[in-house]
Design a binder for this molecule. Structure first.
Ligand SMILES: NC(=O)CC[C@H](N)C(=O)O
Length: 190
């Protein structure tokens, strides 16, 4: 199982570490060729404007879009979720626009820069999932094909649309590998 992690900015090293711990062949992606035989892709957290700009500069937008449209799993965390969205509140220009969600970029920002919260996520079992939020976005609205996986204080913070997965928080920063494991299970099925 080869998983490409977009490695232009942000927390890509942490994703690579978790994926390798789970036995996946994780590779840092900075060139389109590195995505050629990828079974799945992760877009990490960081800063969405920077990630979007660098993905365009390195010609990574089209190949990632093509993988997602071909049914390969794509997981966006925090800024990566913003990069996946097809609407950004305030009318900002979108990036990949693959996922039918509207995101609010800095909904948990300023007053609460970062925090941890236990989330109920039925797809991960009964045990609460410890989520780390850092200047986190949330999902304001979703299309008909999108399933809510978790909410925090009535805000949607994790979603799935078939092969596409997105979370407001940073699953690569907690010791809990269940969400990466779930993502890899989607890749095995596809
Ligand atoms: N930790 C994060 O990835 C923060 C994302 C940030 N709010 C953005 O707009 O890109």
């Amino acid at each position: 199982m080869k998983v490409g992690v977009i490695a232009v900015q942000g927390a890509f090293r942490e994703h690579i570490r978790v994926l390798r711990e789970l036995g996946a062949d994780a590779v840092e992606v900075r060139r389109a060729e590195q995505l050629e035989d990828a079974d799945a892709v992760i877009i990490p957290g960081g800063e969405s404007t920077a990630i979007g700009k660098l993905m365009r500069t390195y010609d990574l937008m089209e190949p990632v879009k093509a993988l997602g449209q071909a049914g390969k799993p794509v997981f966006g965390t925090c800024a990566g979720m913003i990069v996946l969205a097809n609407r950004i509140s305030g009318g900002e220009a979108t990036h990949l626009g693959l996922m039918d969600v509207e995101v609010n970029r800095n909904s948990f920002g300023r007053q609460k820069e970062s925090f941890e919260a236990d989330l109920d996520m039925a797809v991960l079992g009964d045990e609460p999932y410890p989520a780390v939020f850092i200047r986190a976005p949330h999902i304001e609205s979703i299309g008909a094909e999108v399933e809510v996986l978790a909410t925090y204080e009535d805000r949607i913070v994790a979603v799935q649309q078939g092969n596409l997965l997105a979370a407001s928080f940073h699953p690569e920063l907690t010791g809990d590998v269940r969400l990466h494991d779930y993502f890899l299970s989607l890749a095995k099925r596809s």
